[in-house]
Every structure is written in structure tokens, then in C-alpha cells.
Design a protein around this ligand. Sequence first.
Ligand SMILES: [Zn+2]
Length: 311
Amino acid sequence: MTLVRCIPRFPPCAVPAVVLKSLATGSGVGEKAQKNRPRAPVRQAGRQARKRSESELSGNSAKREDLAQVLRAAKRIVAFTGAGISTESGIPDFRSPGGIWTKMKPIQFQDFVNSEEKRRESWIRAFQGRAGWTGREPNAGHYALERLWRAGRLSSIITQNVDNLHQHSGVPAERVIELHGNASYATCLSCGLRHEIEDLRPAFETRGDLPACRDCAGIVKTATISFGQSMPEEPMRRAEEETLSCDLFLVLGSSLTVWPAAGFPLQARRAGARLVIVNRDPTDLDDYADLILRDEIGPALSEAIPANFPG
Ligand SMILES: [Zn+2]
């Protein structure tokens, strides 16, 4: 698959050329599906909600009921989560004041590979948990999605987050598609073998040994996708597959300003899925959404996905 690099504000990403092409031409696979799908009821709910969001910026209870209605009507939901779902777990949004990249400069992937000094700096950061990604607990938003999965409605979660909180909430790891990797473990850059971060810590802290693969002695790096590193092909492929086969694409806590973040919701929409966006601030794709909630994710999802959510 050919990957097209782009230079977003954060993080580094690439989107398959085929996605860009289908979005640009409007001739994606999904165009056909859209024609056959009855959309009226939810489109109406979306329009009503949008009117309300303009006139009632406070008081979200009506919109939460709209969200519950849309969720109950969906058979195959894909959730797309960004930093905003984890802020309620105490992980600052990387772009907001106090976020990680306002405190320290990211280490480029090539610098990590080429420089022992940069690898050391990167591992000091990882072991000290400076990014704030590790040691956190899932919040009400993560648990609500887990209920949706248990109810048999949630097909998968595509996430931009690296904090492992969806898996921690009980959603099976194979249902979580990580576009930017995972900070809770490490992998060998040569053979891909997984290493647990805590297993690597003693040698680093007592002797200053840089983590190396126990099998092939290759360079070991936290399993996140760094600046300058290509997007992982397999998660991108799976994300696209899930996007094209859902009937509801639910964006939670992403400002959708970067690719592929912006690409997947549009692709889902073109394939005939309904698009719902729950985000504190306006997003670039609000005009394409059937329903928009400018709301806190945990409280909104808790209300829309109660413990007795129908399966
Ligand atoms: Zn290895």
C-alpha cells in the first residue's frame, strides 16, 4: 500500500492513497451503499439537535436523548476516539495548555534510531511516565463504550490514543485499533517482539543499559508511533475496513483536524453510515454530522448508554 505522508500539527500520520482518492473523487465503495440506506429519521434528529446546539449551548439533556436514540437504532457501531475521551482520566490533551508537547520536545523517529543519546532521553521519559499516559484509570466514557461492546452493538474502537484505557476498561484488545500505537509496552524495531516496560527498567536504572531485544538484540522502543514514523499499515487497513462496514460512526473527543482522523468519518459518511460527533469544541467535520454534542464525554455516554442498554 502506498502511504502519503502529511504534516499535521500532531501526530505524524499518513493516509493510504486510495482513501485520499476516494474522498477526493467521491467515488468510494460507499457511494453505492448510501443510496440504499433510509436516513430520514436520524437526519431529522440531527437537524433538530443542530438547531438546539445553536440556540442552547448549555443544557445537553435533549441532545443526550438524541444520542441514545441514534445508538439504539444502530446495529454496527464504530467508535473513533481522540485525546478528549482521556482528559477525564487526568491525561491532558496534548495540544492544550499543559499538554505533553508544550512541556517537552518530541523525539523524531529517525533521531531515536540514529542517536544513543536520544534513545536514552526517550527511555528516561518513558520510565518516568512524563507524558502522563501510563498509570491512569479508565473513566465513565471508556466504561460506557465497554457496555456498548457487551451489548453487541460496538464493532470496534479506532483510537488515536496510546494510553491503553479502552483495553483496561474491558474491551478486548483485538477490538481496539490503535492508529498511534500503545505506550504501555515496547517492541523490537527489528523483529517486532513485545517487551514489557517494567522488565526493561532494572537494567536501565542500575547499569544504564539501553533496552535491547532479548531475542535479536535489536533496538527496543515504546510501541507508540513517533513523529516521523510511518503509520502502521495493518491498523490502517483494519480501520478502513471497519469504517466501511459500520452503520454508525461515533467520534468521541477528537478535533478531527489531522489525517487520518479527518478521513475516516468522511469515508464512513460516504459509505452511508450515520455520523455523530461528541466533542467539547467544534470540529472541522461538524457540517457532515447527523448529530453533534458539545458535551463532556463521560457524562454524555453514561446517560446514553445505561447499564440496561438493549443488546
Ligand atoms: Zn528483536
